[in-house]
Design a protein around this ligand. Structure first.
Ligand code: NDP
Length: 251
């Protein structure tokens, strides 16, 4: 009989961007409950600090670090602090994102720029921050968050879908490049999951439509379980892609 802990989650140091709500928060809770150390990054410091306090109070290990993922130096500081505090980084979850849907003809150029800065550049900055440590460790796991929108574009979602398609492509390129370093890569593509994401829509009529669509949304722990599944495989098994939806989601 094997006596070691085989969950492959307990004891891991996991850095999560966008940990202040939704999928990031749910994942922090689940992984902490399963014994991981979680390092939480987001701009809403009060939220991540309260979450860290709660997890630490419950016997977990958590650290909150104010992070805006549109600044490479802040993402580097997030990861550097994780390594300085806990000695290593096992998982980088590049989760921060926004979804300000609108038809292109409305020319919401500020929304386009923010979406590209957070959803694409933020992911790249996360890779840049984690990769040097993981190369040195000859171990690690980079998990990026795409979307069903990375597989399908619809009117109103062109820019968001473009960023999520970019995340798929970056993840596949990364997967091939990091083979020599024993690093695992996963890209997760959720369908509608109940989070604060629709709040990032700046056009009221579009926001209302999306909120109606999101009535079918499933709980954020569905995403956290997918992360736990990918992490918990034996080290020689690399779960590269997971696409999941609410059972009654058509798109
Ligand atoms: P939420 O709006 O609930 O969470 C988004 C998170 O991203 C927040 O923690 C927010 O933190 C963070 N964030 C936004 N901008 C920045 C920034 N500049 N720097 C750091 N953090 C930032 O939505 P979700 O949990 O749903 O979103 C998480 C990811 O999941 C996103 O990438 C989204 O595209 C993806 N996704 C979600 C789906 C869904 O249906 N919910 C479906 C498919 C994909 P703060 O504002 O405090 O900085």
């Amino acid at each position: 009989m094997m006596s070691e802990n085989n969950s492959n989650i307990a004891g891991k140091v996991v850095v999560i961007t966008g940990a202040s709500s939704g999928l990031g928060e749910a994942t922090a809770r689940r992984l902490s409950a399963e014994g991981a150390t979680v390092v939480l990054g987001a701009r809403r410091v009060d939220r991540i600090q309260a979450l860290a306090d709660e997890l630490n109070g419950g016997g977990g290990k958590a650290l909150a670090i104010p992070t805006d993922v549109t600044h490479a130096n802040q993402v580097k500081r997030l990861v550097d602090t994780a390594v300085q505090t806990y000695g290593r980084i096992d998982v980088m979850l590049n989760n921060a994102g926004l979804m300000p849907h609108s038809p292109l003809e409305r020319l919401k150029i500020d929304d386009w720029n923010r979406t590209i800065d957070v959803n694409i550049k933020g992911v790249l900055y996360g890779i840049a921050a984690a990769l040097p440590y993981m190369k040195q460790q000859k171990a690690g796991h980079i998990i990026n968050v795409s979307s069903v929108a990375g597989h399908k574009v619809r009117p109103g979602s062109a820019v968001y879908a473009a960023t999520k398609t970019a995340v798929l492509v970056i993840s596949e390129g990364l997967r091939q490049e990091v083979k020599p370093y024993n690093i695992r890569t996963t890209v997760l593509s959720p369908g509608a999951v109940a989070t604060e994401l629709p709040n990032s829509i700046t056009e009221p009529d579009i926001a209302e439509n999306v909120r109606k669509l999101y009535e079918m949304a499933i709980p954020a722990d569905s995403f956290a379980r997918a992360v736990a599944f990918a992490m918990s495989q034996p080290d020689d098994v690399d779960i590269n892609e997971i696409l999941f939806r609410p059972t009654n989601q058509e798109l």
